[in-house]
Design a protein around this ligand. Structure first.
Ligand SMILES: C[S@@+](CC[C@H](N)C(=O)[O-])C[C@H]1O[C@@H](n2cnc3c(N)ncnc32)[C@H](O)[C@@H]1O
Length: 288
């Protein structure tokens, strides 16, 4: 599979389609947490062809499902932007986490190690999901952590959200202790419009005690649209978005409602992104 994906980078979509053909067979066998405690199948509503990059540019993707993301975004630099204050005190010596849009899982694994260094005696379980089953296949292939479960899931699909809730309930939790959402909001916004973004932010609060989020500012949207336009395509909803400049501030303001408050904001990274942490007030009453 990794050979096919390397080829996909070099050759463009032909290899991508080959990878998808193989992946379809693998999908039949896919079970959430096959290496772990759960065995609930997930189903993504997204058309597989929609997950290929446009033309021969692996950067021209519809969902941010870059096949070579970690070759241009250093994981350690991302971890350096985290801070212990972002995280809650573990309950029952356990942290049950969700990572939304995990790509090939490189950052998920580094976050797991980071949390483990903060809480060495704590059981840390992460469910990491991505819309693109080829990325999840690669994440699973290189996963040596039994406490990280990778699963294909479109977080905007009601059906795909069910196994996520089953995972949570298997740990007898009403909400995840931490939900990570690194560089995903823009892709959800571009593909689901303003209402989709707003619904997603409500969903985040519904399932999380702590939200650790790295939202993309508006200039990233412009760049993404430019990249797909070069290959003769477009984000159809781009010109209809009413939430535009200041989108990151709007996201922050929404996440600061319903008893959640911001407890930490990192400095901007070298690529001008901030990581913020929001906690349900009951948890963070002394920190706000
Ligand atoms: C730019 S990458 C960020 C990867 C990782 N979170 C990080 O910051 O290192 C965005 C990821 O979100 C995934 N994604 C986009 N829309 C999604 C959705 N609706 N459900 C699940 N994953 C999604 C993409 O496939 C892609 O892997």
């Amino acid at each position: 599979m990794s050979i096919l994906l390397t080829d996909a980078i070099k050759l463009g979509n032909w290899s991508c389609y080959q990878a998808i053909k193989i992946q379809k067979k693998k999908d039949k066998k896919e079970r959430i947490g096959s290496n772990m405690t759960m065995s609930i199948p997930t189903k993504s509503e997204v058309n597989k062809e929609e997950l290929c990059f446009y033309g021969s540019d692996p950067g021209a993707v519809k969902h941010g499902n870059f096949i070579n993301y970690y070759s241009f975004h250093d994981v350690q630099e991302r971890i350096n932007n985290l801070h212990p204050q972002m995280f809650p005190t573990p309950i029952d010596n356990k942290l049950i986490c969700l990572d939304i849009g995990c790509n090939t899982g490189d950052l998920t694994k580094a976050v797991y190690e980071y949390l483990k260094s903060l809480y060495p005696n704590c059981d840390i379980h992460i469910l990491a999901v991505d819309i693109d089953s080829a990325l999840i296949f690669r994440a699973k292939e290189s996963n040596s952590y039994p406490y990280i479960t990778f699963s294909t899931s479109n977080i905007m699909s009601e059906e795909d959200r069910l196994p996520i809730i089953h995972f949570l309930k298997s740990y007898k939790r009403m909400k995840f202790d931490i939900v990570f959402c690194f560089s995903v909001t823009m892709w959800i916004h571009l593909n689901n419009g303003d209402n989709g973004l707003l619904e997603f932010l409500q969903y985040l609060k519904h399932i999380s005690n702590t939200i650790v989020i790295e939202p993309q500012p508006w200039k990233c949207y412009r760049k993404a649209q430019k990249r797909v336009k070069k290959s003769g395509n477009t984000f159809e909803l781009y010109n209809h978005l009413k939430i535009k400049s200041g989108v990151d501030i709007i996201i922050e303001n929404i996440l600061k409602t319903d008893l959640y408050c911001k407890i930490y904001e990192s400095p901007s990274s070298s690529w001008d992104r901030k990581v913020q942490s929001f906690q349900l007030t009951m948890e963070s009453v002394n920190k706000c």
